[in-house]
Ligand binder design. Sequence first.
Ligand code: ARG
Ligand code: ZN
Length: 885
Amino acid sequence: ATVYRKDYIPPTHWVDSVHLEFDLHPQQTHVHSTLIIRPNEDRINNDLVLNGRDLELVRIVMDGRELDRTEYTLMPNGDIVLRGITKEIKLEIENIINPQANTSLMGLYLSKGNFMTQCEAEGFRRITYYPDRPDISAKFTVRINAPKSVCPVLLSNGNLVEEGELDGNWHYTCWEDPFPKPSYLFALVAGNLKCREEKFQLKNGKKALLQIWVEPQNLDKTEFALESLKRAIAWDEERFGLELDLERFMIVATDDFTMGAMENKGLNIFNSRCVLATPEVATDRDFARIESVIGHEYFHNWTGNRVTCRDWFQLTLKEGLTVFREQEFAADMLGDSTARAVKRIEDVRYLRDRQFTEDAGPMAHPIRPESYEEINNFYTTTVYEKGAEVIRMLQTLLGKDGFKRGLEQYIRDHDGSSATCEDFLNAMAEANMRNLSQFTRWYSQAGTPHVRVRTHWDERSATYTITLSQFCPPTPGQTKKEPFFIPFDVALFNSKGKPIALQLQAETNAKGTSRVLELTDEEHSWVFVGVKEKPIPSLARNFSAPIIVDYNYSPEELVFLSQCDNDAFNRAHAMEELSLLCINEMVSDYERGTRMVINPHYRNAFESMLTDKSISPAFKAIALTLPSETRIAEAQPMINPISIRAAIRSLREQLGRQFSHLIMRVFDDNAPNPVYSPNAADAGKRAMRAFCFELLLAGGNAKSLLRARQIFETSKNLTERLDALRIIVNSASPTKFTLLEAAETEWRNEPLLINKWFTLQATATVPMDECPIVDVVQNLVERYPGYNAHNPNNVYSLVLAFCQNNLAEFHRPDGVGYKFWVEQVLKLDRINPQVSSRLARCLDGWRRYTPECSKLMFSALKYVYSQPNLSTDLKEVVGKALNNA
Ligand code: ARG
Ligand code: ZN
């Protein structure tokens, strides 16, 4: 059934306190819950709904009297309704759950014998009967009883207040969370775990106990996470004045987790790939990601937990804001401005690859959706990453200080309660005395706006006019859009490559060399005066809004910007535009059957950036890296992945051949520090080297193959080893089989590494021994003993990596990729609907592919849709793919 935002009704009852008692058992965990419930004065009726899913009810006792089966209603979906609750009551509920049979990883489940929970969004109802909605906060106390041998460690939210021994070699712990919280923030962890811990000095003089809990063999991989956590705590104190409010803050790692991590109050639970790291098992990117995710979950303590969401439509209220905070944290940890720009470029590329595609497809939704069938389908790049861009625009418009003032007011006004996106915007507007009513359209309208730019230089009057006009294409259910409030940052460069001082017609003097234009109408013009020569504009600098800029730059202007723009983001962006121009030409050459030639402007820009000694390797690497196939596809009216791949291959080969000497020199100039550190400067050098390597090998340099092999065999850090191995796997060399086998032998007992091994093969760009990659993947799924379809990381790194990222192999015109997709989607739907619906989304874009592929994709979707007993998750995604767009 569809849920609508407009149907929100406040709770009929409040929960003052919850006491939970667990007797842990893999198949038969007993849950005993005691609730103090009181009617809401403003209630619309007296029916108390307690949500429940897959629970075995033992008894309900109300105010000391056991209820008879006729005194409550058991709904078909598992909920219980108690009617006529008009005064405060004490409810005691006993139920039984089976963690071992729980493959959805929502609620209480087992991961390698350890008990874990995941309650957001609606997992608590899989633990016990409860009004499971985020606008009800209660004080939680928890008692966990378990056998000592299997579960030496018993954790829950808040402070440990009691522990002790029980008969029969059992023991118990009692936990008290001092802060009222909604049920989705509840957590319980029990098992055989070890921790790295430290007492950390807070700014307010108090000390907090920080702990990272992991399986014993992973204890040596927790140092970086703990250091990151300390940096995150200090940063939030410093930047936003937000302090840790608990005596104890715990992080737990688990291999079995659907998402990245979860911000349960005082007891964060993490997917192990987002927390465990040593140079041998994690790449530079992994290190950076871990720091970000640790920050993200920690920052939720204020933006999410202390102030939570009124209902799940408001998800971006906590997620968009927290992703933004996480991005600012990561940038501040980098310090210098180019390193920050590199991070910004990475974030924007991710947004363009994933979110722009989402916004252009059947699942397009505003950052605050108006309806959903399954809330789990809305933990999307739109809600998260576009949501973060919307917050960033506020900071751009209000300034850093104004934004901080607004955030402080928001927290002051709503601490300890649940809020809506309007509440947030109102606080921002009030604290800054600004009217943000038009800005709210970012919350209600889906789609990526295009901003068309026209410029006119008038020599006689020395004026330069910039005209911006906006247009947003229709999205499902929204044909016509009102104009957005778009902050549009511009600068103008003279022919010497210097930014000129900007003065608008109405102004008395020039100020600054960049300016944020505020586009609020469908179209508006700005006239700059004193512009004595025709300038080159730098537009939407630092990606000042999540839009597509349409401006007809000449290739010469793009080359100019790629060399002169003092906004590093736009400098790299100009390079990207040039490479896209070049690749698109080559795609056409390929489709016409003519020789593929490199665009000379791109070639020049490439050479000049490659040899520019004044820019950092990290920036060079990111600016020179060719756009992803998804990015190339985004810009094409009809997607033919095979042509895209052919063009990229040819481009690499030609660049590698034509510039082999230069590239070799750059390779040698970027020798990394022999002592590994994941810092951005060293990581940049490694990225630059990998880039050089790839081109050299593509260009036919045989020596580089040997060199790559040598690096794989001798380097101690995973970044270099994996880069080397990837390059070999994507070459024609038969060495790859030997090396893949060697890697398997070495990596088979380390889940983090075997997942990398899966992805290497799933994303291989050339068939293996004539064998199409789909067969390689299928073979691993069916026969490799280390692959487990119940483990989301295994599925993501093998099956999803193939379907989502290996476009040319997945979209083979014979349809074998789609056949494999159908099998996997249906099989996984029985295990974990969140995983199957995520995989299902790989066919979202079916209307945009070649007619051949499109037809096959359509039938694959239809076939899946026709199957009985699909999960609501999968049904929504596939249903939308078929009907909308
Ligand atoms: N709130 C978590 C985060 O972004 C995400 C958890 C969502 N989990 C889920 N199963 N839907 O930090
Ligand atoms: Zn989050």
